[in-house]
Structure formats: structure tokens, C-alpha cells
Design a protein around this ligand. Sequence first.
Ligand code: ATP
Length: 416
Amino acid sequence: MASITLNNIVKKYDDGFPAVNNVSLDIADGEFVILVGPSGCGKSTLLRMIVGLEDITSGELQIDGTRMNEAAPKDRNLAMVFQNYALYPHLTVYENIAFPLRLAKRSGGSNGSNGDSTGGANGGAGGGSVDDRVRKAAEMLELTEHLERKPANLSGGQRQRVAMGRAIVRQADAFLFDEPLSNLDAKLRGQMRAEIAQLQRRLGVTSVYVTHDQTEAMTLGDRVAVLKKGELQQVASPRELYEQPVNLFVAGFIGSPSMNFLPATLKEGAAGFEGSERAGGAILSSPIGDIPISAEKAAVATGHELLMIGLRPEFFEDAQLVDEAKKGKGAVFTAELSHLEWLGHEQYGYIEFEPDEKVRRLLSDLAAEMDADELRPQVVTTLSAESRVRPGQPTDLWVDTSRIHIFDPETGENLT
Ligand code: ATP
């Protein structure tokens, strides 16, 4: 097992534009780190530089403290698990899993390309006979009864496990996953996600996992690194990313449904209003109405002509279902839901608002920033399943203003 360190890594392709720009990241021994971001953000390029399939333009890659920029892929002892599994269709499951070991034996212990494009210096060494190791890996992956089958006769999830089996038998220092689940249907993806998470924990092997799917990122990793246009935005635990995103991009990318962004201004003459819990606070004027904020939040908002506020869908609730004690932590406002989606365990209520020209421009800038086609002038709220609110009529909703995020719309920085 090994630690992986990236110091100021830059990758420029022929066009000279940095696909990866100055990325520094320390991945501890045994840690599971997810690289996530929209298409083209440079996550695959970063992974390929770690494995050695792509040259590093500048900066340093260390594996277990040793510089590896110039090392051939086979000398890095990393195992890559690809989206398309890279299984040999004419070989059985057993032979597919044994493949890297046999190759290593043939080339005398330090193997060359094994078809995963990466090698494994330990490929043939230690840990018993090839047969022992294949059977042990198969057992771990619950593939024992399928050992004689060909990949064509396996489900997507089983193929995925065979690909992981190949990485396991090689006793690689780290597993690198490049969107391994993106070919699977939603249900299987969920199952495999859980399997990979459990397996990684059981084996304790350092793992780096690339995905564009924020749910995968949140559920798999010890830490998640969010990339945008080649630059690292934030590296943190899933919970920290969700609760304390550093900027608009991370806030909008992590979470589903996404955080709602609303333009707001500090209300003239309302600063320092008297309220038992919020003395010294202020009021923000927003398209869904006035939002009282605490003194602490008012302090960061002061001095900004225009603000962007962020409210997650679950900050909202049907006001009738909120007890008095909780009500005090937020604000009640009246809105009309344009439509309501009932999902069984909860409901999504949508509030639409009419943006003026300035707000329209702000939302379109924000969409560009987020890599989204458009940001609709609407607020998504998740309401309890037992709520009896109806669309098209004035409804009292409660919003937890204590958790509000306040962003600088110019820089995107989270001020709270
Ligand atoms: P995706 O999820 O779509 O695979 P990604 O985040 O993995 O995206 P990369 O594939 O790493 O992104 O690409 C990052 C940037 O580098 C993109 O702008 C891409 O067009 C560019 N790029 C990738 N490979 C090459 C290449 N071989 N030559 C030139 N540019 C490349």
C-alpha cells in the first residue's frame, strides 16, 4: 500500500491550455479519494498522470515519498479499473483474474503491460500460488461459482467484480478507478457503489476514483476533491463539502436537488432590527421575500451591494408542520407553489419567481460558472410527505435561515 502525493501538477496538451492546473493533493496510505467534476474538468487526465499513461508537464508526483514522474507505468505498481472493464472476452473469469499473474511469471516477476496498460512489480511475487490467489480473490468478490464463465455471460456488476479481481491478485499499491460504473443501470450502480466502498474498506488499499457523479463521490470517498476547469476547488469529507462549500461552484455541484441560489440585497434601514434571537441581525431582500439573518451573517453581508444566497431544498418545510421552537430559528413566508412532485417519502415543491433584467443576467452568469445550460428562476423545496400543501394557492412555508449560505456573486466565494 502507498501514499500518493501531487505537488503543483500541471498538464498542458498540444494546444498549451492547462487541462490540469497546479493541483496539489496528499492521498494518505489506505485512503479513498474521489476526483469529481463536470466533463472536461481534467479528472481523467489527472488519474492518467498518476498511472503514467500521460506525461506530467510540471510539478511532482510521489508514490510513498519517491518521485515517480519519469517511472514507467509498470514500475508504479498501480492497478487501474476502467469503465469498460478491459476484460478478455475469450477467457474465462478464472483466466481473466489470473491474467496479470501469468503475465508477470512469464516476464520473470516484474511484468510488462498486462492489458490494463499498467504494470505491477509485485505481480508474480508473494502470497501463494496463482491458483490460491485467484480463488481467494474470487471468494472475496463472490465470483467462485462463475469462475468458468466467459465475460459475455456475466452481468455488468459481475464483470465489474472480475475487473477488480484482477487488481486484487496483483497486490497493487493502489487502485485507480476511471468511472467504473458509468456503463451500468441506476440500480446496479447503486449496488456496485456499496460493494466497492465495502471492499475498499476491507482491503484498506489506497484508492483514487474518478467520477462526474456527485452521488458516487459523496457515498464512496473518505475525501472528495472537486475540480473545475483543471483547478482544484475544494478537498474535504463529503459532509464538509455539503455543509461548508467554499464557493458557488462546489455548492451547486454537490447535492441533489441542487442548492437554490437567489440574488439578494441587504434591506435598507432593517439592519440591527430587534428580535429576541436575532438582535443585531439584518434582513435580506430576495425574490421569495424578506429573509432575516443573524448578526454574524449580517456582518459578512455588509458592504456588498448584491449578494447571492444559497438555500438547500431541505432548508424549507411546510410551516404548518414546524413546531414553535424550531420556527424561531427560521422565517415563515408565503409563496405559491407552481407545481409539486410527490415522491412517496418526500415531495418537491417548486416556487417560480420573475427575475428582473439584472437578476436574469446574474443567473445566466452563474449557469456559465456552474457549467449548466441554464438556471431557472425557481426554488426547489423538499417538503415532508405528510404535508397537504397544494400548488397554485398561497402557502406558508418555513425556511431555516440559520443555515443560509451567503456568496459574493463576483468571486463566487462563500462568505459564511
Ligand atoms: P470526462 O468526464 O468528459 O472524461 P474529464 O474531467 O475526465 O472529462 P479530461 O478527459 O481529463 O476531463 O480532459 C480535460 C481537458 O483536456 C479537456 O478540455 C479535454 O478536451 C482536454 N484533453 C484531454 N485529452 C486530451 C488530448 N489527448 N489532447 C488534447 N486535449 C486533451
